[in-house]
Write a protein that binds this ligand. Structure first.
Ligand code: CA
Length: 229
């Protein structure tokens, strides 16, 4: 069954673009043009994910999100906020009202697809997906195997966990400390430099095997997984 995406967006050009591309990507798409229409459509049929514009007529995206989170049947629907405003307060407010993620306009479609896949995967706890993909990389999280371009590739256990973490959180920037916490674990003492060593190894393997996506160094911030077309 195709995952059902509700796009809530009052700008016709943008909602058309999203509908076209998400349908091409294998999703079923409905559009709501304002906050009230969004709530009606959500009541009619529960979406697998909602792409929710911040600035909407009638009810704002924030208000739609707040109401969803108050409704027992709808509070778990994953929501990605689409926002044209970039300042930190807006992001925090959006997440405060229960958005699961946010994407700034203008956004890159591959990144939005990746975030959408990741959220749907996280929310459908009954169907725990074993295979994660990104571009031509495929990882089997149960069998701990990685394929790039359909060829099996050998990764050390730390490189494997790093790659799994990056593919599950595409486009996010992680500091070395955050990577240590989530990939190595909080109680293990490792120097931050160790992260660089493993990132270096992983990058080399990705490159040697012709992976499309890669790990980007973000100056004075850390690392991020870069999604390409
Ligand atoms: Ca708008």
């Amino acid at each position: 069954m195709k995952p059902y995406v509700l796009v809530v967006e009052d700008e016709d050009s943008l909602s058309t673009l999203l509908q076209y591309n998400f349908e091409k990507e294998g999703y079923e798409v409905e559009i709501a043009k304002d906050g009230e229409e969004a709530l009606l459509k959500i009541n009619e049929r529960k979406p697998d994910i909602i792409l929710l514009d911040w600035m909407l007529p009638k009810l704002s995206g924030i208000e739609v999100c707040r109401r969803l989170r108050l409704n027992k049947n709808q509070q778990k629907i994953p929501v990605i906020m689409l926002t044209a405003r970039g300042d930190e307060t807006d992001k925090i407010t959006g997440l405060d009202y229960g958005a699961d993620d946010y994407v700034l306009k203008p956004f890159s479609l591959p990144l939005l697809f990746a975030r959408t896949r990741a959220l749907i995967r996280r929310s459908s706890s009954s169907i725990v997906e074993e295979i994660l993909t990104s571009g031509n990389i495929e990882i089997d999280t149960k069998a701990l195997r990685v394929k790039i371009n359909h060829n099996q590739v050998h990764l050390g256990p730390t490189e494997f966990r790093l790659l799994e973490h990056f593919i599950s959180n595409p486009g996010r920037v992680y500091s070395r400390e955050q990577l240590l916490d989530s990939v190595w674990g909080r109680n293990i003492f490792v120097e931050a430099r160790t992260v660089d060593v493993h990132i270096g190894r992983l990058r080399k393997i990705l490159k040697q095997n012709g992976a499309n996506d890669t790990i980007r160094t973000v100056r004075s911030a850390g690392y991020s997984f870069e999604i390409k077309q």
